[in-house]
Write a protein that binds this ligand. Structure first.
Ligand code: ADP
Length: 474
């Protein structure tokens, strides 16, 4: 039996007993008192009636009639004459005709007062409740009549009621206990199911789900556990994919470096020109490795929420101009022109200068990387709703529509080989997105295959935030 059932069932039963036991005692006390008083009243009334109906104790026929009458009422009687001598009795053990009642009682009767007592007549042990009334003829004392009811009979009736009450209580208790334990079991069953499910989940069985759909708090808890399992499952497969990607990304340039280093070591080149070419490949691949490791470092910091931004008031126009300067050489090498449409005056926002630069370098480098002819346009404009819009457009190869929803996911590439040929790491856009979000901004993409791509970013114009907000990245 599980412990919660015991705890709940036990507590409810204990509560039941705490209420029931005093109640049973009080009930028993009131009932026996009432019963006792009822018998008392009965013999009191009977004795009064008999005493009133008699005028003398001399006619033995009349006396016998009273004895018979009493036997109908299940009571015993005995009658005494004016001297206190018992003249007749209904056959009670211990009462002997001719014996006297105590003088004190006789005098009490003679003075017109009733006699009440609890008594047992030796040698019998049977106890009686006795009510004695005086018999008067006019005002002359004739004797007395005693009506008795056996106390043992009263006790017997009370004991019978007690036994019956106890028996019904036990039956009620057992039925109640069974019901309470069934109910507790029903209530605790979902808890046990959830406990088992969470244990399975914690052991790595992330496909486990709790099958409880009630609308109460237990249902909510079950839903929360299921959501947690889904999230963990997603996180695990994400992580597996992530590590597979990292290994692949690291292995590829390293294979090149190792391969060409071996070629050089074994002097497998035919000319000085060829040797320089191989050295250039090694330098390029090493550069790519450094780039990849830096990106991975940034990404992992962002994912852990550890990327601390140094927010201050910055001029976005200035940042764009500086980024354009940095990438100009690369653009020129490919014969691409970078144009700008930016406001004449400064556009201020709160942000981290270095990280904002990183966003635009990533976008511009991509634009240069994936554009063969035409140009690149960078725009900055103030929107009416206190936001700044920046866009980077190119006339490059574009992104297929089916790839657009995934373009900001780490290591997502349109054709695996394409990015490598162009020298990317597959992390640039996901880092850019995270940095934009850390600046409370949004980033979207529009692209047409073969025509070009536009990335659009909006930032709040000035926000007084100086925090290191940690958005939820997965
Ligand atoms: P990468 O370092 O591989 O460029 P990114 O995260 O920056 O990684 O970009 C993801 C993918 O999105 C790229 O592999 C590329 O296929 C596509 N992409 C990004 N920017 C552009 C663009 N301006 N034009 C066409 N394709 C792009």
């Amino acid at each position: 039996m599980n412990r919660i059932v015991l705890k709940w069932g036990g507590s409810i039963l204990l509560l039941f007993l705490i209420v029931f036991i005093p109640f049973a005692f009080i009930f028993h006390f009131i009932y026996s008192n009432l019963y006792y008083r009822d018998v008392e009243e009965q013999i009191d009334e009977l004795s009064s009636r008999y005493a009133n109906a008699m005028t003398s104790v001399e006619d033995s026929q009349v006396l016998q009639m009273f004895v018979t009458l009493a036997s109908f009422t299940n009571n015993e009687i005995f009658i005494v004459d004016r001297t206190g001598t018992i003249v007749i009795d209904s056959g009670i053990t211990g009462i002997v005709t001719g014996e006297k009642i105590p003088e004190k009682e006789r005098m009490q009767l003679e003075s017109g007062n009733p006699v009440y007592k609890e008594f047992h007549f030796l040698p019998s042990t049977e106890r009686y409740l006795v009510s004695g009334k005086p018999i008067f003829n006019e005002s002359s004392f004739q004797g007395g009549i005693f009506v008795m009811s056996s106390l043992d009979a009263i006790d017997h009736s009370i004991a019978q009621v007690k036994r019956f009450t106890l028996l019904t209580s036990i039956v009620a208790f057992l039925i109640g206990a069974g019901f309470i334990f069934m109910l507790s079991r029903k209530i605790s069953a979902p808890l046990i199911e959830m406990e088992e499910a969470t244990r399975k989940i914690s052991k790595g069985d992330l496909k486990t789900r709790v099958n409880i759909h009630s609308n109460d708090e237990i249902g909510q808890l079950a839903k929360a556990i299921n959501d947690l399992a889904v999230e963990l499952d997603r996180f695990r497969s994400n992580r597996q994919e992530f590590f597979a990607n990292i290994s692949h990304e690291l292995r590829t340039p390293l294979t090149y470096v190792q391969g060409y280093a071996n070629v050089l070591k074994q002097e497998l080149y035919t000319s000085e020109e060829e040797k320089k070419q191989y050295l250039a490949i090694i330098a390029d691949e090493s550069q790519r490795l450094i780039h990849l490791i830096n990106d991975l470092f940034d990404l992992s910091k962002a994912e852990e929420g550890q990327l601390v931004l140094e927010h201050k008031k910055v001029d976005l126009v200035n940042i764009i101009l500086s980024v354009m300067n940095k990438v100009m050489l690369k653009a020129n090498e490919k014969g691409l022109e970078i144009q700008k449409i930016i406001p004449d005056q400064a556009v201020y926002m709160y942000g981290d200068e270095k990280r904002l630069e990183q966003i635009f370098i990533n976008l511009l480098e991509n634009a240069i990387r994936y554009t063969e002819k035409g140009g690149i346009l960078i725009r900055v404009e103030n929107l009416p709703n206190q936001r700044i819009k920046c866009s980077v457009s190119d006339s490059g190869i574009g992104i297929p529509e089916e790839d657009l929803p995934y373009i900001f996911e780490r290591f997502h590439r349109v054709e695996k080989s394409r990015s490598r040929d162009y020298g990317g790491t597959g992390l640039g856009l996901s880092i850019a997105k995270k940095l934009v979000e850390l600046h409370h901004g949004t980033i979207t993409v529009h692209s047409e295959l073969g025509k070009g791509t536009t990335f659009e970013i909006t930032f709040p114009q000035t926000s007084n935030r100086t925090d290191t907000t940690k958005p939820n990245f997965s």
